[in-house]
Design a protein around this ligand. Structure first.
Ligand code: ADP
Length: 258
């Protein structure tokens, strides 16, 4: 039995097909979230790659920021539930999920049995989200995927003191003008995101096993900085950006089998 999970975020759309609720059969990701062609492109990718069609899917659940406006699912579920489910699907002892997406950051804690026990969220301020990294990548003309490579070369990460993205942007530009090296600037930018999200995590209460989800999880420099801030190991899986979609597909499977 195939189930489909669609996660329509603020900046990207992700979809996952699970086979028998057991493993990821196909996945697709497209830039563009709510109100764009993103969901359609991600779905086309998944149909092309899997060879399946919509009629092969037993149930579809939609999650994410744009879930209420998407037509074509059989139901919708909050992204908190889906990230917790998706995280636990990959890491069976998971107790804390740190999700950093394009426009928000959430920390979700789980009980020993895997039920969501608490969450803390920042959806008011771009600092501490992927948006902050995207803005900085834009002004530095560096691809976001190269941030980790640059940050690894840093000997003395720059200190970014502004708590507001707009002020931090000016601060980075003036540090660049003052000759601060690119690796140090990028490491400082990653540290800044980690510091903000770590303070959210402390409020939620961090318990191991801890993992990161969302697009920013792909950035090893943010992960390492977060490990240092929180003093815990942070697990990572290449499927991290798909945890919401995996959780939605798993939810669909459970609805049909329980
Ligand atoms: P949403 O679900 O809110 O649309 P995602 O969880 O898909 O967001 O994450 C999107 C964010 O991930 C973007 O803001 C982008 O900057 C960030 N991102 C993607 N790849 C990387 C990377 N390699 N390093 C850092 N950030 C990344």
């Amino acid at each position: 039995m195939y189930t489909l999970g669609i996660d329509i975020g603020s900046t990207t759309s992700k979809c996952v097909i699970l086979k028998d609720g057991e493993y990821v059969y196909a996945k697709g990701l497209a830039v563009g979230g709510l109100g764009t062609q993103g969901p359609e492109i991600a779905l086309n990718t998944i149909w092309n790659e899997s060879g399946l069609t919509k009629s092969d899917i037993a149930r579809t659940i939609v999650t994410g920021y744009g879930r209420n406006r998407f037509e074509g699912g059989d139901g919708e579920v909050s992204e908190l539930t889906c990230h917790a489910l998706g995280g636990r699907f990959v890491f069976e002892d998971l107790r804390t999920v740190i999700d950093i997406g394009g426009q928000d950051a959430k920390v979700i804690t789980l009980s020993e049995s895997g039920k969501m026990s608490n969450f803390v969220m920042n959806d008011k301020c771009a600092a501490g989200t992927g948006r902050f990294l995207d803005v900085m990548a834009g002004i530095l003309c560096v691809d976001i995927n190269d941030f980790e490579k640059y940050a690894e070369k840093s000997k003395s990460p720059a200190s970014i003191s502004s708590t507001c993205t707009v002020f931090a942007e000016s601060e980075v530009i003036s540090q660049l003008a003052n000759g601060v090296e690119m690796p140090d600037l990028i490491a400082g930018i990653c540290d800044s995101v980690a510091t903000r999200v770590a303070s959210l995590a402390r409020r939620a209460g961090v318990r191991e096993t801890v993992c990161m989800s969302g697009g920013v999880a792909r950035n090893g420099a943010v992960r390492k900085a977060m490990e240092k801030e929180l003093g815990v190991r942070i697990e990572f899986d290449p499927l991290a950006q798909y945890f919401g979609a995996i959780g939605a597909a798993l939810y669909a499977h459970r609805q049909l089998t329980r």
